[in-house]
Design a protein around this ligand. Sequence first.
Ligand SMILES: Cc1ncc(COP(=O)(O)O)c(C=O)c1O
Length: 419
Amino acid sequence: MDIFDKCKTDAGNFGKYRKMGDTFFTRPILDPIPGRTMKYNGKEMIMWSVNNYLGLAENKDIQQVALDAVKEFSISSPMGSRMMSGNTQYHIDLEKKLAKYEQKESAFLFNYGYLGVMGTIASLVGKDDVIVMDKLAHASIVDGVLLSHQKFRVFRHNDMQSLENLLKRLNKNRKGGIFIVIEGTYGMTGDLAKLDEITYLKDKYNARLFIDDAHGFGVMGENGRGTGDYFGVQDKIDIYFGTFAKSFASIGGFSASQKEVIDWIQYNARTQVFAKSLPMVYVKSLNKTLEYVINGDENRKTVWDNSNKLKTGLRDLDYFVGDAKSPICPVFVTTREDIMEETGRKMLTYLREKNIFVTVVTYPVIPKGYFMFRMIPTASHKQEDIDKTLEVFQSMRNDLKLNVTIDEKHRKKIEKIYS
Ligand SMILES: Cc1ncc(COP(=O)(O)O)c(C=O)c1O
């Protein structure tokens, strides 16, 4: 048996698509400039699949700061890890600003959100500790848990009874700490962690709480501070994590917490300790982006307006839109199991032929028996984009003779995600 034998098979989560060289469901080739419209197969599409929530991807002012930074520091700067030769006052200043924004004592930058989540979780958990994780937590949380090589338990998605049962049991026999790791705004389904109840339970059972707020950061709460602020419990979140890959339309991420915890993370999060530090072009431009995000109430209002219009319009057409309390617009469809994929392909093809670009999500991200169009309204979408999209969803329903209403049994199953 050779280690490479598996590469000839279609094993793995996306193996079937890899094997057929798919560029339709997976890896569609898009022209690279993100915006309300993007080119797919040479055709301009209304884009509902990029997390450019605040429309900052197109911001010329931020772009100019990045260009100036490249001129001043080149693309190489700084070289080496923060610990060795890659630390600068600019990194430290950005961390201070992020900490202040998130109402925490201190913050630490990572090159990627994914590696930041992994590094933060794994750095903190020791031999006698237990991690408690939401079933729908993002892959970076799962991988952080696995990287820690420590015990973990999983509770049913956003189910407070399931969480409390676990905490009660673990607390009784505890030898070490309990670390709850969750998302703030769930990026696929768009629902929010019940942070008011979770923070209550974490206090009751003397646990610590980490939230990966990739999709809430910049969008939710006052000044876009995030999902913790939206629930009024930011001070109860022990470690707040934000990534710059969504509303900041850039790259990187950060953990924010009390000073001694951040000190610990910066010396122990292996995914950053042993990696080159965040390039200056990002550090400098993120500083500018942060100003736009803090002062971004107008953009946030537009995202919410666009999201509400899209969700209401789709519901009026009888599509089933999950009750997401974030701007994310999840459209669920169900069919007989044997025609599920074919139906998904037909719908996507129809939409793309009519210049609407959406992506489709299936099990295990959502329960079995459905597929979901995950649509991301942004501040850069215009009324005409929403009108056109609704028009196409309406004609699709009629032309493909789709029954898009969801019966009572299925409705209950989906509503469980959001209850
Ligand atoms: C919930 C969540 N956490 C973490 C990540 C990883 O962030 P990044 O793309 O900045 O590495 C993502 C991105 O897809 C995400 O959606």
